[in-house]
Write a protein that binds this ligand. Sequence first.
Ligand SMILES: [Zn+2]
Length: 281
Amino acid sequence: MYNGGMEIATKIQEIRKKSGLTQKELADRLFVTRQAVTRWENGDTTPTIETLKSIAELFNVDGNILLGTNQHVCQSCSAPLASIDYLGTNSDKSASTDYCKHCFVDGKFIAYETVDDAIADSVNYAQYAGLTKEEMLAFARENYPNLKRWRKDEYPTKHFAEYQEALNLHDFDVIAKLFHKDVSFFHSGVKMTDPKEVEKFHLNFWNTIKGVKWWATDVKILHQDDKCEIYTYQYNYSGTVDGEKVEGNGRTTDVFVKNPKSGKWEFLHAHSSSETPNHDD
Ligand SMILES: [Zn+2]
């Protein structure tokens, strides 16, 4: 769980204990169950925004102190989550400690489709951050891709990450350096064992979908020893065809082997299939 939630948990417990109430007594005053209070204090859930306000009223404190002293920012747009009234809401109506109400309502994102949308919009908030538009844009470009909503899954190994990231450079020479000499691709029933075919397959992908971005999710390690690693994961991509946004995904299994001479991990084989219709089919 993100830290913001833990701060609320700690604050509620701190204020309750200071006033000498048991969890049951606090629950009774807020018309919730004792279990609900336990869950808040364990950081398993957060109260609703209304309940956060009731807690503040009950103990006669400024509601915003329930958010803790560390400043958290919206993990979609980077706005400071400094006020209860600014928090988004989860699907169960509990207060979101990750997202602001302009980005996330009732468990759904209501603003921005991509990190680039959020970055482009950031200039409209430059004055609140005390920055010029150029400074704000530079800040957004640097920081937004690391926010929870936008950052890519952690990849299990360095060479796996290197390969995934190389696919986004749209430069076959970079990827070719990561390949084993006998590299092969099986994609949706088509076998590619000739390096020229493998190259064509990559170039075709980049040329068909303009600005295509690729990333892996749900990465599982099927096998791992000091010579060979096998990963299975969902691959995802998004880009544009004739100015229209296209997205797709599928499953793939990748095999890496360690070159006994150089000690370098090399990409040997991919076996993939697309799960959604795309323009190659
Ligand atoms: Zn936001």
